[in-house]
Design a protein around this ligand. Structure first.
Ligand SMILES: Cc1cc2nc3c(=O)[nH]c(=O)nc-3n(C[C@H](O)[C@H](O)[C@H](O)COP(=O)(O)O)c2cc1C
Length: 166
C-alpha cells in the first residue's frame, strides 16, 4: 500500500474479530517499530507483546480500552536510557515511543490490521501487571486485530487552522 493511502486509511479501530493476527504479521509490525528513529539513537524503548489470556484479562483492569483484542502491544521507555535535553533535562523518551507507536500502527494498517493507540490507563497497574520497575514509563498500549467493520478516521482541522507561516 502506498504511503499516502496508508495514512488515509489508518483510523482508531475499536472492534476486532476473534482471530489473532499471525506471528508473521506481528513480526513485520515489530520490525517497523524497530526502524523508528530515536533521539541520539539511544533506542530507550521496549515493546511488550501481550497475547496470554491471563495478562490480557489483567490489563482490562488497568484500562477500559482493550476492546477485547487478542494482541496488545505496550510501548514503554526506560528513563535511564532515554535522551534528556541538556538545558532543561526534558525527557524525550515518550517522543521516541510515539514514533515507534506510529510506525507500528501504520505498518499494521498496510497489512489490513486495525489498531488503536491507547494512553488512558492506570499506568502503575500496567507496570505491576508487566513487572516493570520505576525506570520505565509506559507510553502507549496498542490493541490490534483484524477489523470487524470498515472504519474511517475522525475529521481533522483544516490546514489553515494548524499551519502558520512566519
Ligand atoms: C496519544 C493518544 C492517546 C489516545 N488514547 C486513547 C484512549 O485511551 N482510548 C481510545 O479509545 N482512543 C485513544 N486514542 C485514539 C484517539 O481518540 C483517536 O486517534 C482520535 O480520536 C482520532 O481518531 P482516528 O484515530 O480514528 O483518526 C488516542 C490517540 C492518541 C494519539
Amino acid at each position: 500500500m502506498e504511503y499516502f493511502e496508508v495514512i488515509n486509511k489508518r483510523y482508531s479501530c475499536r472492534e476486532f474479530k476473534e482471530e489473532r493476527i499471525t506471528r508473521e504479521e506481528l513480526n513485520k509490525i515489530l520490525e517497523a517499530g524497530n526502524l523508528a528513529p530515536t533521539a541520539v539513537n539511544f533506542q530507550p524503548f521496549k515493546i511488550f507483546v501481550i497475547e496470554s489470556d491471563e495478562i490480557l484479562n489483567l490489563l482490562s483492569s488497568a484500562t477500559k480500552y482493550t476492546f477485547g483484542a487478542k494482541t496488545i502491544l505496550c510501548v514503554a521507555h526506560n528513563i535511564k536510557e532515554s535522551w534528556h535535553r541538556y538545558k532543561d533535562q526534558r525527557d524525550f523518551g515518550t517522543f521516541d515511543s510515539a514514533i515507534v507507536t506510529t510506525q507500528m500502527v501504520l505498518a499494521a494498517t498496510s497489512l489490513g490490521i486495525g489498531t488503536c493507540i491507547v494512553c488512558s490507563m492506570d499506568e502503575e497497574k500496567v507496570k505491576n501487571i508487566l513487572g516493570l520497575g520505576n525506570e520505565y514509563i509506559v507510553d502507549s498500549l496498542i490493541p490490534m486485530g483484524y477489523p470487524k467493520n470498515n472504519g474511517v478516521h475522525n475529521k481533522r482541522k483544516k490546514l489553515e487552522e494548524i499551519v502558520e507561516y512566519r
